[in-house]
Design a protein around this ligand. Structure first.
Ligand SMILES: Cc1cc2nc3c(=O)[nH]c(=O)nc-3n(C[C@H](O)[C@H](O)[C@H](O)COP(=O)(O)OP(=O)(O)OC[C@H]3O[C@@H](n4cnc5c(N)ncnc54)[C@H](O)[C@@H]3O)c2cc1C
Length: 230
């Protein structure tokens, strides 16, 4: 881990108040990290916020971050004000919530909101680099339809790789949402096959509730990995 300086090469609003930032290194050093890690960005005087890396490690020329500015704090205000070309300072890479390739068992991934970000990196790494054929199932919950991002990327992977599937649940759907509704925890309650690795990322409440469900079903805690955003 070291202090790095990046340049904001691109910024796009990819869903309601969710921004994709593309960071390039300001030096000639490669951006080496493991799928699932994060960067701790200087968002003010002595103030840092952590953001998971959504791009995969095989793309070592830039980092993509997917950041919600809905929380509205110092990090959100910093991201809202950032303009393309700006200098961004961060500690990189950080974190132990990393993807562990293991073709002997499936990987089930559960995300809420921008908790999808590290899974975009992990799934790309497994499907496009590891290529073990491991079954990967991704569950992604969003509050509203307009919060959903990266659905096109998930659809491309699902069409191309038969071992990958995903389900998006919208908790409070509007008339335009044609997909699954409510929370995915109800689906998991029905599961029988629990010999898998379980990865989860999002808010504390979601992670704790989910761990309780899995452990009550007899899942070995050693096979459960989580990253808590807040
Ligand atoms: C390891 C790690 C990785 C993270 N990766 C990402 C990421 O990829 N994308 C991302 O958007 N955020 C991510 N976060 C959350 C991020 O670091 C900030 O906490 C968040 O952006 C809020 O910062 P803020 O300064 O705007 O608000 P703060 O002033 O820090 O918090 C304001 C309020 O918002 C709540 N809150 C914090 N985060 C969220 C959230 N995501 N949604 C709803 N409410 C929230 C807090 O509990 C608090 O009550 C990550 C956090 C950790 C610890």
């Amino acid at each position: 881990m070291s202090q790095r300086v990046f340049k904001l090469a691109d910024k796009q609003e990819i869903a309601d108040d969710i921004f994709s930032l593309k960071l390039e290194a300001s030096d000639d050093l490669a951006l080496e990290f493991e799928a699932g890690q994060f960067v701790s960005i200087e968002v003010g005087d002595n103030q840092r916020r952590s953001y998971s890396i959504a791009s995969p490690p095989q793309q070592s020329d830039h980092l993509e971050l997917n950041i919600s500015t809905k929380p509205g704090g110092v990090g959100s205000k910093y991201v809202e004000a950032l303009e393309v070309g700006a200098e961004v300072k961060g500690l990189f890479p950080l974190g132990v919530f990393v993807y562990k390739p293991d073709a002997s068992k499936p990987a089930f991934m559960f995300s809420g909101g921008t908790g999808l970000a590290p899974f975009l990196s992990m799934v790309s790494y497994e499907l496009e680099v590891i290529k073990s054929g491991r079954e990967v199932q991704l569950y992604y919950g969003a509050k509203f339809r307009i919060d959903v991002f990266a659905a096109d990327k998930l659809e491309v992977w699902a069409a191309k790789y038969p071992n990958f599937s995903y389900k998006i649940y919208v908790e409070e759907p509007d008339a335009e949402w044609k997909g699954l509704t409510g929370r995915y925890s109800s689906a998991v309650e029905q599961w029988r096959n629990l010999g898998a690795d379980f990865y989860m990322c999002g808010a504390q409440g979601m992670i704790e509730a989910f761990e309780d469900i899995l452990e009550a079903k007899g899942v070995d805690p050693a096979n459960i990995y989580h990253e808590q955003f807040y």
